[in-house]
Write a protein that binds this ligand. Structure first.
Ligand code: GLU
Length: 295
């Protein structure tokens, strides 16, 4: 009988600053899911957008992960080295007619609600963007391990989306799909902010004939009273010199039993205990409690 693919998870930070509470949550959640399945955990640096990047941030993020005991398997991949793979995927989509050059500016699209369904450019641009055509009635459904069934009408809610920007930079959606497939990722575990990108990524995987991984979008970071924290709080850097408080906070956000991380003095010991106690069912429960409390 064929064996199922071994689980392979990943954490994919953008090097736009120090590792923060939101990214630690994604790192810990993805690490726990991978290790619990006896699988691998990879790290990919998503350095696609030089204007938003901070020099030295990637190295700093990797050092911080190590300080937390979160050590990737295998080599870390940098998206800045992956131009050829993205270009090949784009060329295939252009050749099949799924992708097209687009001269529309943000201002042009504002007049049609910001959603691209057909070109409305007032004038041609020297460097057009490339978009993926999303046919009418494109409904993508998937099962999220935390949120349950999710669906999105990609044509009306998103529209034809950008694969290569007018400034020549690769769009996150293209790079993430190409790289998840290249790295053989079977499980994507990440922050809730990326839930609404997932249908686009699945649609793109289908267009490129790539497999769709399983998805889990983690509960939101809440404060001690259970109130949702603002995006800026999730963006607070974590302290590599004192990892245990941040690890415990991330563990609590994942809805796990706080007792499992009490009385431990090193992040390695905390992670070992966390792995034994980790219960993925509690992720969904943590998310549902947040929805009921704060809807
Ligand atoms: N690079 C993205 C971020 O830092 C995460 C991408 C992903 O996990 O798919 O928000």
């Amino acid at each position: 009988m064929p064996q199922p693919d071994p689980y392979r998870g990943r954490f994919a930070p953008s090097p736009t600053g120090p590792l923060h509470r939101g990214s630690l949550l994604a790192a810990l959640g993805s690490w726990l899911m991978a290790r619990r399945a006896g699988g691998e955990w990879l790290v990919r640096i998503e350095d696609l957008d030089p204007p938003r990047e901070i020099p030295g941030a990637a190295a700093h993020q990797l050092e911080t992960l190590h300080a937390f005991g979160l050590v990737p398997d295998g080599e870390v991949i940098y998206q800045s080295t992956r131009d050829t793979a993205y270009q090949q995927a784009l060329d295939r989509l252009l050749a099949s007619g799924d992708a097209f050059h687009c001269h529309c500016s943000r201002t042009d699209l504002a007049s049609v609600g910001g959603i691209h369904r057909r070109c409305v450019a007032a004038s041609p641009r020297p460097d057009p963007a490339v978009r993926l055509r999303v046919p009418d009635n494109t409904l993508i459904r998937f099962h999220d391990a935390v949120r349950g069934p999710v669906e999105q009408r990609v044509d009306t809610e998103v529209g034809d989306f950008v694969l290569r920007r007018a400034d020549g930079l690769w769009a996150y959606q293209l790079a993430v799909v190409v790289d998840d497939a290249h790295q053989g990722v079977t499980g994507v575990v990440r922050g809730a902010d990326l839930l609404e990108s997932t249908a686009r990524q699945i649609f793109l995987q289908q267009r490129l004939g790539l497999p769709t991984p399983n998805y889990a979008h983690l509960p939101l970071i809440v404060d001690g009273q259970g109130a949702k924290l603002s995006k800026s709080c999730a963006a607070l850097p974590v302290d590599a010199a004192n990892p245990l408080p941040a690890l415990r906070a991330a563990w609590a956000t994942l809805g796990q039993d706080p007792a499992a991380l009490e009385g431990l003095s090193s992040p390695q010991a905390a992670l070992a205990s966390a792995l034994c106690a980790f219960d993925p069912q509690r992720l969904a429960a943590a998310h549902n409690t947040q929805v009921i409390d704060h809807a």
